[in-house]
Design a protein around this ligand. Sequence first.
Ligand SMILES: Nc1nc2c(ncn2[C@@H]2O[C@H](COP(=O)(O)OP(=O)(O)OP(=O)(O)O)[C@@H](O)[C@H]2O)c(=O)[nH]1
Ligand SMILES: [Mg+2]
Length: 343
Amino acid sequence: MARVHKPVDEHYSEAAAGSRLALGRLLTLVERGGPEADQLSELAHQDTGRAHVVGITGAPGAGKSTLTGQLVHRYVDAGRRPAVLAVDPSSPLTGGAILGDRIRMYDVSEVETGQGAPAPDDMSADRRPFIRSMATRGHSGGLALAVPLAVRLFDAVGYDPVIIETVGVGQVEVDVVGAADTAVVVATPGMGDAVQANKAGLLEVADIFVVNKADRPGANDVRRDLELMLDLSHMTGLDTMERGDADYRPPIVMSSALDGTGAENVIAAIDDHLVYLGQSDRLRRRREHRVRTEVRARLKQALDRRVDDLLATDEGRAMVAKAEQADLSPTEVATALLDILFE
Ligand SMILES: Nc1nc2c(ncn2[C@@H]2O[C@H](COP(=O)(O)OP(=O)(O)OP(=O)(O)O)[C@@H](O)[C@H]2O)c(=O)[nH]1
Ligand SMILES: [Mg+2]
């Protein structure tokens, strides 16, 4: 009788040998978090560092998925093996909306559903892109832990590039995209996108701007707005801090993802950026930043757990009771508990 739960390392070997089903299962573990994800993290860590990690963000409806689909087609045609991770931080479940996204993004027969969709005849299993959406499902640490691990997993089993698509322009998106090798920010005409992106801090993390829906009126205005904002950010010395270089100016690429116009230029800009990173030790620094971000998230999660554990002990409860009875202020209680935590 077949075992229901294969050990993580078996799944990992199978995924490394090209099994999409095994990879799908592992990604589910990643999404869930916990000891199995930790074990996977150790396994995958050995084999990483080859993939170009590309983050794509921008306001809802900007055309990120459509553009990603165009890029994926071209990467496959060029003999690359792309993977896409579509990240939705707000969605508690991997739901219909993102599934719809996946289908729009790429011919459904080529999309990994985890159910082992058959390979189209003209494309060997090896060359099919792997597209997966991910929601946090509320596990502690959430996306901050799940996304980097999923990216490392894709990298370890041989996908390149690994594209992360996020929804929206909030802090989570900035973090996720900021951890990529190359961050692409998609803006569109008529949505005040340039201003939005600026406010959300995306100007600082963007390595490439894409003005999508260039077939619509106002596309050149968006380009001009972005140019102006870049001028301004250079003048004020507002810069990329630990991620980047003061002398780097992101290119602005026009695109109409609906028919693929400009997609080649987006790919060229992404390739150029990797070349740029390869000069001096920029790529190494950026990846160091990514590792630091992940370690920080791990630490926070571990501390969170210890705090919860401590509060659940008799000692913790007694201390909290003191604050409730107004003997001590919450600050004093917290300080005392901190001492216990680190003693
Ligand atoms: N006119 C025009 N429409 C586009 C273009 N690119 C995408 N669209 C349309 O814009 C809508 C949103 O496209 P998506 O690719 O789903 O956008 P998204 O940024 O992935 O959206 P979310 O994932 O919901 O944030 C769809 O109806 C697309 O067909 C474009 O270049 N021109
Ligand atoms: Mg999308």
